[in-house]
Structures are given as C-alpha cells and as structure tokens.
Design a protein around this ligand. Structure first.
Ligand code: NAI
Length: 325
C-alpha cells in the first residue's frame, strides 16, 4: 500500500491511498482540538476524480456538522472505490493501518456502503473507530428536527428504508404520522410501498430523502408536493442552485448537517468519553434547526446557505484558537 499527501486549498490533510485492489481518498477538512470525525464510504465510483470530489464535499460537510453539534473537533471523510469482493477485507485492513498511523487525528465510523464485516476488519487494525449501531440516533435527529420545524406534520414520504429510513418510518408511525415509503430493493415491510419513481410525486407534508445524496436535481425539486424536505441523506442537492430552486418554490429545508447529525453526536461523544452529553446534544438539534429555518425565512434565503454561514463562522472562530498545522 502507498499513501500520497495532496495539497488541497482549504483542507488540512488530503491523502490518496493505493490499497492494492483499489484506491481511497481520505480528506481531513479541519483537524480541530487535535481531531476530525467522519465516516468511511465505499461505493462503485465511476473514476478516481468522482471519489475524490465526494470525499472533499463530505469532509467539509462533516466539519459543519461537528461544530454545529457542539462537539470538540472538526470533520473528515474517507471514500473508497468499491474493491472486488475477494480483495475487500485486505483493502479495509490496509485502510485501518493507515488510520491508526494518523494517531487519532481522524476518528472514523461507518457510512454508506460500509458493512458490519468491514467494521469488524477495521476494528482489528485501528483504535480510532467509533461505536457501531448509531443509525437509530440519526433517525431520531431526522424526526426531531422535522417536528421542531413543522410540528403539524401528518404525512411523510420516505425515500429509502435502510438503516436510517426504516427506524425513521417506525418512529413517525409511533407518533401517529402517516408514512409513504419506497426502496429500490425488496424490503420486508408491512407498509404498502410506493414505487421508487413515484415517491417524489407523493403528496405529503415532508419528503425525507434517506437513500443516496444528490437526488434533488432541478427536475426532482419541481416534482415535490410537500412543505418541507428533511431526511438522512448527506448532500441531497445535486447542486447549490437546486437548494435555491427549492426555496423559490416555497418549500422549507432542514439542512442535512442538522437533520442527520445523530450518529455523529453518538459516535464522537463516545470517542471523547462524553456519553453523559449525548442526550443534551441530541436534544439541542431540533431547536437549532428551528432557529436556522426561521432565520432563512426572515431573510428570504435558503436554509442551506444560512446554515453554512453559521457553521463556517464557528469553524473560523475555532481556527483562531487552533490554527492550521
Ligand atoms: P442504507 O444503505 O442502510 O440504506 C439506504 C437505502 O436506500 C437502501 O435500502 C437502498 O436500497 C435504498 N435506496 C437506494 N437508492 C434508492 C432510490 N433511488 N430510491 C429508493 N430507495 C433507494 O444507508 P443508511 O445508513 O440508511 O443511510 C441513508 C443515507 O443517510 C445515506 O445518504 C447516508 O450517507 C446518510 N447518513 C446515514 C447515517 C447513519 O447513521 N446511517 C448518518 C448520516 C447520514
């Protein structure tokens, strides 16, 4: 395995890792208080450039998520181009060795495409891996921010019934909220499912994207028949223009860095030995989402822009006391 450090403006460390059968990019956007938190994503990217771009975008979003959640650290991300099945365990093991060599500057956890088997391999190679099983906390932060911003929610359209979408649907139904859900794979679910292509047209109060990111392009935004978008997916907009388009349509948006921060709160708090703060940190997310959405409405701007400004100001303030290495 080999590692090459790349200089990228605005990022503390960016590494290209040749893991033998595949390549991964590990991006630490901001190492604050000595550490950056962020998951490992494994996907069949079309090429290295797409993987690197995704790592950079996800790492900066992680920094925003971490500082908004009041955690002491910054954000990072690893993106691995999916290796062959036979080589997967060896590639994850080599990644684990590299993460260990960073000596705690990067504390990782699971993300899209990272399986329980990957987790078991990684844990044998590095101490810097957060606890697993945090998706229910993400579902909770989605639910809490949604109901804080739109307390009158009666029906939610959920895209993706995976580790976040399935518990979210259950939590909403437990509150008497109707759920229209869909998935592209067969899922054991007693609900009547909507076909995947039809979920964007579903008339509901909220659209909850809980599958891949980038699903809200111009065409998708125009089809939505909801008052609010609030889900688990990271970076749900295809471009920043699509966030503005949603705003122009008069549809609210709970920024993903707030709605899906539950796992980051549980994972980072556990790593920091601050499990006693998990509950208060989770409880603070709903009110913050309400504040951000109210400010966006009063300034007639997208909450996507407003939350970035707030987070970037916090990151800059933390940089003052903790300058770039
Ligand atoms: P997952 O892989 O467990 O579930 C995703 C589900 O979406 C799968 O069941 C998949 O079949 C389905 N799906 C994929 N494309 C679809 C489509 N076009 N239409 C309908 N369904 C589709 O992933 P997980 O963990 O539930 O994550 C969901 C999203 O939330 C991802 O974007 C992830 O990055 C994000 N996220 C997850 C966190 C967690 O705690 N698991 C934390 C923060 C963000």
């Amino acid at each position: 395995m080999s590692s090459d450090r790349q200089d990228v403006d605005g990022y503390d460390e960016v590494w290209r890792l040749d893991l033998g059968d595949t390549v991964a990019y590990l991006a630490l956007h901001a190492v604050l208080a000595g550490r950056a938190f962020g998951g490992i994503r494994i996907r069949p990217y079309p090429d290295e450039r797409a993987a690197r771009d995704d790592a950079l975008a996800l790492a900066s979003a992680m920094s925003r998520k971490v500082v908004l959640a009041g955690l002491h650290g910054g954000g990072g991300k690893t993106v691995m181009i999916a290796p062959s099945d036979e080589a997967r365990a060896a590639c994850v093991a080599r990644l684990g060795d590299f993460i260990e060599s960073l000596d705690g500057r990067y504390c990782c956890g699971p993300d899209f495409g990272f399986t329980a088997d990957d987790d078991a391999v990684l844990r044998e190679r590095t101490r810097w891996v957060a606890c697993s099983g945090m998706s229910a906390a993400t579902a909770r932060s989605v639910r809490d921010t949604m109901l804080a911003v739109l307390p009158t929610t009666r029906k939610v359209a959920v895209q993706g019934l995976g580790a976040v979408g399935a518990p979210l649907a259950n939590m909403l139904e437990a509150r008497g909220i109707e759920v229209a859900a869909t998935d592209v794979r067969p899922v054991a679910d007693e609900r009547k499912l909507v076909p995947p292509h039809a979920i964007l047209d579903e008339e509901a109060d909220v659209f909850a994207p809980c599958a891949a990111g980038g699903v809200l392009d111009a065409g998708a935004v125009d089809r939505l028949r909801v008052q609010l978008v609030c889900g688990g997916a990271n970076n749900p907009f295809a471009t920043d223009d699509d966030a503005r388009r949603l705003h122009r349509r008069g549809i609210g948006y709970v920024p993903d860095v707030l709605s899906n921060c539950g796992a980051a709160i549980v994972g980072a708090s556990t790593t920091l030995g601050e499990t006693h703060l998990i509950e208060s940190r989770l409880a603070a997310v709903g009110p913050l989402a309400r504040e951000v959405c109210a400010r966006a409405a009063s300034e007639d701007r997208s909450s996507h822009e407003v939350v970035r400004e707030i987070a970037d100001e916090r990151i800059a303030a933390l940089r003052e006391v903790d300058p770039r290495p």
